[in-house]
Structure formats: C-alpha cells, structure tokens
Design a protein around this ligand. Structure first.
Ligand SMILES: [Zn+2]
Length: 387
C-alpha cells in the first residue's frame, strides 16, 4: 500500500530562511544547531543565528561534524544537547550535519546506544527537526533516514523512523552557491541516483514517479551547468529543487542496489557517499536494466536520450549511455584513481557484499540480487575501470 510522507513545511527559494523564521520559533524554546566547522563559520550560519536572535531564540551550537557522521560524534552532540537543556534541533550544512541532527534528536528520547536501533523503527516523541541543506544532493531534509557509521564495526548503519522526517525543510539555493566543484558533482550525482533508484524501485508509485522523472530531467540538464559554473544561479536553483524532489522520492519508494552497495565502500574506504554511488552507477544500473526495461526506458524517453521509435530495451540502453555521459562530465574517479589498493579492496569484497544485502536496499531492485551478484559487481567495478 503506497504511503506518502513529506516534511510538514517546506520553504524553498530565495530568502527561504527569513520566510521560515516564525515557523522555527514554533518548534520550541531552545535549539541545538548541528553543523560542521566550515559551515559554522560561514555567512549562512551567521544569517541563521541573526534570525534566531531577532526571534529571541536562545541556541547552542555543536560544530563537531567533521565528515560523515559516526556514533561518537552523535554522542558528543547529544551530551551538549542535554547539558544545555535544548528542546529541538536545527541541522545546517550538507547531508552529514542534517543526518546528525536527526540522530541527536532521536537519541535524546531513546534509551540505549544508537547501534541498538539498526534495522528497527525509531519511535517516541522525538523533538522537532529543522533541516537547512547547503548542498543540493542528499535530500535528507525530506527523509525519515539517517546514516551513521558504527566506528567499531566499520558499518554505515541505516536508521529510520517516520518521526525523523524534518518538521521544517528550508532550502535556499543561495546557500549552495559556494560549494566546491567536486562537492557539487558528488551531491548532484547522489540526488540523480536517488531519482533513478526510486523510479525503478519495486516500491515506486504514481506520486513518487512524477517527482522522480522531474528530478532526473532537471539533473541531466543542470548538473553539467553547475559543474562548469558554480555561480549559475538558475542551475543552482534547479539542482536544489531536484535534490528535494529526489529526497521525497526515496523517502517513499526507497533506494535499490546502488545505495545498498555504495554504503560498504563508504564505510571501509571512506569514499564520500555521493561519489561511491556515482562510481557504482554504471555497473549497477547495467545489471538491473533487464529487470525493468520499461521503467528505464521511460527515463530514457523523458530525458530525451531516446524517443518513441525506440523499443523499451533500446531506450533503456540509451538511458544507461546517458548516465555514463553524466558521470564522465562530472569526472567521477575510478576506485584506483581514488587511491584504493586492489588487494585490500578484493579482500573486502565478501564483507561488502554481505553488508550490502543485509541493508535490505538491493531487494527493492526489480530483479533478484544475490550476494554473489554483488560480489561479481564489486569485482567488475575495479577490473573494468583499472586501465
Ligand atoms: Zn544517497
């Protein structure tokens, strides 16, 4: 049964933060701002704190998110949240601070350790979550998911709960203007992966289909533009909307094989999330293609890569070529170029395949995916791009 869940309020566009001020005030008395060191010193952070001061909201800031979040960072943030008697959270930055804000909010009312909640639904009266993305990619502002690395086990834990969907999502494209080229590419390709996976997931349905097709079209058109010129305002706006659309899609129809296989590469080799997705896109979608020619063909036709005269199979293959072209424009590195040693990587293939299957995401693909299939794809991924 399709179930569609989205943030309670979305403010998207120029001056979104000013417009949302009175709604932030309604979230509680005293927020913990969760961010990283870099964003914590940026004009957008200053703008946020200025608005909070104008609204007479007392806040505390935790800027200890130094990369993709770990259980340890969440514990530190949680201590500050408790010490300061905060009663809601504001995540500002890329996917990492947003995911961290969600995890801190969840753990503020949940007993035990964060790893206890892996694979379970997080429930309880979770404080309000305000999400202010500054990259156009993860879509975390619209999802019930948070990905936290268990440092002891080298696993990226996928944690979820309806109550982790932010109450307020505030998307001001101006905030993404200064993103470095490589981050624009990785986060944009993450959003692209979300849209493609959501459209071809077993859980896809009409409402997510509409947004997925829209996001795919926007990203194919505007990601090359932001990659070439980060100050292209129109392209930044379109990418911010596409990331939100794609985030809503995965919240409601899930990701599939690419994300399932991407998390283990990120956990073991510290490849940023969007980049490990991008590295896998061609090989994984190539594998999934014959399980859903008609779905991939729709994307091929909608994006202009194919037309009505092409059969589903041909249109799907043309879409796959389009994916390859996008990755090449965005200069996605290979595993080897990223500095991952072949022997170390091959030694990890078995564990990565087990972790990928255990995450549950590959099972949403419209084709059966076994552990052996994952192992084969991981191996091919290195060998086929080695030279
Ligand atoms: Zn993602």
């Amino acid at each position: 049964m399709p179930h569609y869940a989205i943030p309670q309020h979305v403010f998207a566009g120029k001056n979104a933060l000013e417009e949302a001020a009175s709604y932030i005030k309604k979230c509680g008395r005293s927020p913990l701002i969760v961010t990283g060191k870099h964003v914590g010193k940026s004009p957008m952070y200053e703008k946020l704190t200025r608005i909070l001061e104008q609204e007479e909201i007392t806040y505390r800031t935790f800027d200890g998110i130094t990369g993709e979040p770990t259980d340890k960072m969440i514990e530190e943030g949680l201590s500050l949240y408790r010490e300061s008697s905060c009663d809601f959270v504001i995540g500002i930055g890329g996917g990492s601070p947003l995911d961290s804000a969600k995890a801190i909010a969840a753990m503020s009312v949940s007993p035990g350790e964060i790893s206890d909640y892996m694979g379970k639904e997080i429930t309880g009266e979770i404080p309000a979550i305000v999400a202010i993305p500054t990259t156009a990619g993860t879509g975390s502002e619209a999802t019930k998911f948070t990905i936290i690395t268990d440092q002891g086990k080298d696993i990226k834990m996928l944690l979820k709960g309806e109550r982790l969907i932010p109450k307020l999502a505030i998307i001001d494209p101006d905030f993404s203007m200064d993103m470095p080229k490589s981050v624009s590419a990785a986060t944009g390709l993450d959003a692209f992966t979300h849209a493609v996976e959501a459209y071809t997931s077993r859980k896809a349905f009409s409402l997510t289909d509409t947004l997925a097709v829209s996001a795919v079209k926007r990203i194919l058109r505007y990601l090359p533009a932001v990659y070439q010129n980060g100050y292209d305002t129109k392209a930044r706006e379109e990418m911010a909307i596409a990331a939100l659309e794609a985030g809503i899609c995965i919240n409601n129809s899930s990701v599939t094989i690419v994300h399932g296989m991407s998390r283990p590469i990120g956990a073991l080799f510290h490849v940023p999330h969007g980049l490990s997705n991008a590295m896998l896109l061609n090989e994984c979608i190539g594998f999934a293609l014959d399980g859903a020619y008609e779905r991939f063909a729709d994307l091929g036709r909608a994006s202009g890569a194919a037309d009505g005269t092409d059969s589903d199979q041909v249109a799907a293959e043309k879409f796959l070529n389009k994916i390859e072209e996008l990755c090449s424009i965005c200069e996605v590195p290979t595993l080897k170029e990223y500095g991952i040693e072949k022997e170390v990587y091959f030694a990890a293939v078995d564990k990565m395949a087990s972790d990928a299957i255990a995450s549950g995401s590959p099972a949403n693909t419209r084709k059966e995916v076994t552990k052996e299939d994952c192992m084969e794809i991981y191996r091919k991924l290195y060998v086929n791009t080695e030279n």
